[in-house]
Write a protein that binds this ligand. Structure first.
Ligand SMILES: *Cc1c(COP(=O)(O)O)cnc(C)c1O
Length: 427
């Protein structure tokens, strides 16, 4: 079949293509290694001259089937699963950067990624400049240096719920001869496919909606195959000059559009190793099979709850791009026409303690360090993930001290609204 399948069909049928008599569900190949009849055959695998399995740190049939499904969903040429979303963002950048290099990232990103880029990668000699994504293109362009290797942003930011102008970011990146990397965790490929807007590489924390059941921590890097590394050969020597650890093989020459993904697996995963277990990849695949159905319910529930919060006098402010007067509503109409996600950011009138009292009064909605899950949950960064920061420090990190992140699940919206209302009544 050559017709391009729709995302809903790919959620169910993408990736694994069982042959005659094979299981319909990708089997859990829980084996570290694979057996060969002669040593020559395995030597060819080690030299990347033949495709095949030899050690699960590099490739495993369960992982490959799930990676292929996600690549198809995003419209990419290749993907690599990782053991967490953190590892995915780290690998996506490290695949094209080394000590002495620099990246530019939106300052509206997940706190873990902010630390990874701003602290840990800096210690490795890879510098990062954070920019306000709402600034004009010329202003953002000023952050670029001769050694800049990538631009990074999130489709919908965690926890601020802002929508990235992907086309604008792609233009800025390409004008400077670097790829745009977008973390598409909150939107998922069901609601947005950043490659269609010029993005080059997509990452996910699959821990969130893709899994959806809070069963596995995982990540993925997907390559569009569109960035012309060879046209900027001087800037990306890791992809365009010989790799001594593979007898002088050049990734872009030997693998063409698959050069970036092959290097991710054959070099970074080989040397650093953060693969998910086959069992976890299997669980992720079960989640993916219903992703399109769950996203619909997450979005419908969140829209109703955002509208309720917006109209309640005890609520100080709400950020949800589905609201008509949200500052990101126009961007959402362009990039997320079918819905955004189930995450809402809002603040209650009062103090930090008001937020805590409201959360403690919830009966159905969980207080949990999680987001984008089928069960509704809340988190108050000021008293949980960022509790060591003062109000001033929180504001400097772009987080309002009163911000509550409400991750709306797929329960019945009436029950969720009842819980939210009774907790407000008890303030
Ligand atoms: C959670 C999250 C991450 C980190 O993923 P883990 O799977 O927890 O390592 C990265 N980006 C975004 C947008 C996230 O929400």
């Amino acid at each position: 079949m050559t017709k391009k399948l729709k995302p809903s069909t790919l959620c169910v049928r993408g990736g694994w293509k069982p042959k005659n008599g094979e299981p319909v569900e990708p089997p859990i190949v829980q084996s570290t290694t694979f057996k060969y009849d002669n040593s020559e055959e395995m030597a060819m695998l080690f030299d990347l001259k033949k495709e095949g399995y030899f050690y699960t740190r590099l490739q495993n049939p369960t992982l490959d089937a799930v990676a292929a499904k996600i690549a198809a969903l995003e419209g990419g040429v290749g993907a690599m699963l990782t053991s967490s979303g953190q590892a995915a963002n780290f690998y996506a950048v490290l695949n094209i950067c080394s000590a002495g290099d620099h990246i530019v990232a939106s300052n509206e990103i997940y706190g873990g990624t902010f630390n990874l880029f701003g602290v840990t990668m800096k210690k490795m000699g890879i510098d990062c400049t954070f920019v306000n994504p709402e600034l004009p293109e010329e202003e953002i362009g000023k952050a670029f240096r001769p050694n800049t290797k990538a631009l990074f942003g999130e489709t919908i930011s965690n926890p601020g719920c802002r929508v990235l102008d992907i086309e604008k970011f792609a233009r800025i990146a390409h004008r400077h001869g670097v790829p745009l990397i977008v973390d598409n965790t909150f939107a998922t490929p069901v609601n947005c496919r950043p490659f269609e807007w010029g993005c080059d590489i997509v990452t996910h924390s699959t821990t969130k909606y893709m899994d959806g059941h809070a069963t596995q921590v995982g990540g993925v890097v997907v390559d569009s195959g569109n960035f012309d590394w060879a046209a900027h050969a001087d800037r990306f020597p890791g992809l365009t000059t010989p790799d001594d650890s593979y007898h002088g093989l050049v990734y872009t020459t030997a693998f063409g559009k698959l050069g970036y993904t092959t290097k991710l697996v054959a070099q970074l995963m080989r040397d650093l190793g953060s693969i998910p277990s086959p069992q976890n990849a299997f669980l992720l695949n079960l989640g993916l099979e219903t992703l399109h159905l769950r996203m619909r319910q997450h979005c419908a529930n969140a829209q109703r709850i955002a509208e309720f919060l917006h109209g309640d006098p005890r609520v100080a402010w709400v950020r949800y791009c589905g609201l008509d007067d949200d500052p990101c509503h126009d961007l959402a109409r362009k990039y997320l026409p079918g819905g955004s996600c189930g995450v809402i950011a809002f603040g209650l009138k009062g103090t930090r303690e008001t937020a805590i009292r409201w959360m403690d009064s919830l009966e159905l909605i969980n207080i949990a360090t999680h987001v984008a899950d089928s069960r509704s949950c809340v988190l108050h960064p000021a008293s949980h993930t960022h509790r060591q920061l003062s109000d001033e420090q929180l504001r400097a990190a772009g987080i309002a001290p009163d911000l509550i992140r409400l991750s709306v699940g797929i329960e019945d919206a009436d029950d969720l609204l009842d819980d939210i209302r009774q907790a407000l009544d008890r303030l």
